[in-house]
Design a binder for this molecule. Structure first.
Ligand code: PBG
Length: 335
């Protein structure tokens, strides 16, 4: 890499390696396959198989039965895992997110149904309170502050419950300090030493989560409420991401994640280079919405743009990508 080329044009003609498909394939540096994808889905409590999400065309909130079908689909397509997020009825929400601890809630029911339907497919659960809190924050809100340690206690309770339901990977997305270690300790104590943790290690306070809040029906933060900047990271920072990742690994994370994805590929690259740990990125709702909106206007070639966006994660060094495009991309990749 650091060596200067021995010769220059016309001895060197980089286009020689691009002239036909066979040689392009032969020198390709990164490969995208269905095995690189984690399919993110949203489940709702009702019976309706699919309720389309307006801001994310092509996606829908799924019933538990439809989620089980999704698990079978993932298996058939060679997609290794599904990440599941809940849409909770507003009347069940309160300021501490009590509904998060219901072992018969929609997440636990979906996990059991998916593991029944396709036990070979890994299931990842979001450890976070925001789908369940009336204010939409990821933690306990008291006098205008998000309490760290009180929140961690609730997250631990939620995570152990998800493990009991059969979840394979706990993915805390809250950004409280110390939650990975607390989860790891609690899992050990509860006999769930094989349950993995994928830490949302470097999660930024991003505008790109907008459509997700629509998808899961969580409160619109902003006017009157404060944003998530006291716990999610400042988009201006990169060294801080390395410190966050180091902490999560030290606390027992098996895998780490950077979120959002495409606008943060520089962070992915630094994390991959600094730590020998499987690193994932979340292609979030806003990234999905941008691609689809442009495609629907005829401004982008939809299929190509989707695959190129996913390929970029592999090039940056990701072990895999959490994406709403997973089944679609897997089909295109010809599983
Ligand atoms: C919060 C959470 C969010 C997402 C996943 N978990 C939103 C947020 O932090 O406000 C976003 C996912 C997406 O945008 O696709 N625990």
């Amino acid at each position: 890499m650091s060596k200067a080329p021995l010769a220059a044009y016309p001895a060197l003609r980089p286009r020689r390696l691009r002239q036909q498909d066979w040689i392009r394939r032969l020198v390709r540096e990164s490969v995208l396959t269905p095995a690189d994808l984690i399919w993110s889905i949203v489940v709702h409590e009702g019976e309706e198989a699919e309720i389309p999400v307006a801001s994310m065309p092509g996606t829908a909130r799924m019933s538990v039965a439809r989620a089980a079908e999704a698990a079978r689909q993932a298996r058939a397509l060679g997609v290794p895992a599904i990440a599941v997020f809940p849409f909770i009825d507003g009347v069940k929400k309160d300021d501490r997110g009590t509904a998060a601890h219901d072992p018969d809630g929609v997440i636990c029911r979906a996990v059991r149904a998916m593991k029944d339907a396709a036990p070979e497919v890994g299931i990842m659960c979001d450890v976070a309170l925001d789908p369940f809190t009336s204010h939409g924050h990821d933690g306990v809100l008291e006098h205008g502050r998000i309490l760290n340690d009180a929140t961690v206690e609730l997250l631990v309770k939620q995570g152990v419950m998800q493990a009991e339901a059969g979840c394979d990977i706990l993915a805390p997305s809250d950004m409280m300090d110390g939650r990975v270690g607390a989860l790891r300790t609690a899992l050990e104590q509860a006999g769930h030493q094989d349950v993995m943790i994928m830490a949302y290690a470097a999660k930024y306070a991003s505008a790109f989560y907008g459509p997700y809040r629509d998808a899961i029906g969580s409160a619109k933060l902003g006017a009157g409420q404060f944003d998530k900047k006291t716990y999610q990271m400042d988009p201006a920072n990169t060294d801080e991401a390395l410190r966050e990742v180091a902490l999560d690994i030290a606390e027992g994370a098996d895998m780490v994640m950077v979120k959002p994805g495409m606008p943060y590929l520089d962070i992915v690259r630094r994390v991959v280079e600094a730590f020998a740990v499987p690193t994932f990125a979340f292609q979030v709702s806003g990234e999905y919405a941008m691609l689809m909106a442009a495609a629907q206007n005829g401004w982008l070639e939809e299929d190509r743009a989707i695959l190129e966006s996913l390929q970029a994660f592999k090039r940056a060094g990701c072990a895999g990508v959490i994406t709403y495009f997973a089944p679609r991309a897997a089909r295109m990749l010809g599983a």
